[in-house]
Design a protein around this ligand. Sequence first.
Ligand SMILES: *Cc1c(COP(=O)(O)O)cnc(C)c1O
Length: 230
Amino acid sequence: MSRSSDVDPQLAARLHGVQERVADAARAAGRDPAQLTTIVVTKFHPASLVRDLAALGVRDVGENRAQEARVKASETADLSLRWHFIGQLQTNKAKLVRGFASAVHSIDRPALADALGSDDGDLDCFVQLNLTDDPSRGGAARADLQSIAERVLGTRGLRLRGVMAVAPLGEEPRRAFSRVREASDALRTVAPEADAISAGMSGDFEEAIAEGATHLRLGTAITGKRPDHA
Ligand SMILES: *Cc1c(COP(=O)(O)O)cnc(C)c1O
């Protein structure tokens, strides 16, 4: 177990700096900072970084590759963290992710909801909206959002929390996030309790908060540069 006094002071400083910016952006939008969840994205970093973050009080961590996440989650199982899966997910890896994750943010098709279903407790689910016209970017087309949400609602062991999106390159983030807010409003007319919005990364979280984001997925602003990867 890392103690906070042993942790890299630069990591602590980045975390605290981001936490202040999140709180400032929430207050500027007339929102209560306590209503926001910051998920620290630890992809490509070793389990030791997860341990250091936990020593600094982080409870929610995010990963985008199933196998890498599973290994890290088991290496840090003593910390009782909440693991958020945020990457594209193959149906045949759904059970593996179900084994360690508290939430999946990247549900983009009905078959994935089917594969994640289970009799064994509830999994928090976000339907990912693709804000581009490029299907390879991940996420569902706006027109498919409702039918996927209905599939989540109708599947045992899944709890629909809301929508997730990544702001596209080349669009003003605030405008992109306003489209996410519109989709969230529409979803809540059929599922009022699905009021969460997973949006905002290191470069655009203040804009996301202004448009109602409840779950921020923050990597490099907190962890520093990611290690090189293939
Ligand atoms: C990597 C990743 C993030 C975090 O990105 P940063 O720019 O490092 O904050 C957030 N969301 C998703 C889906 C990611 O893959």
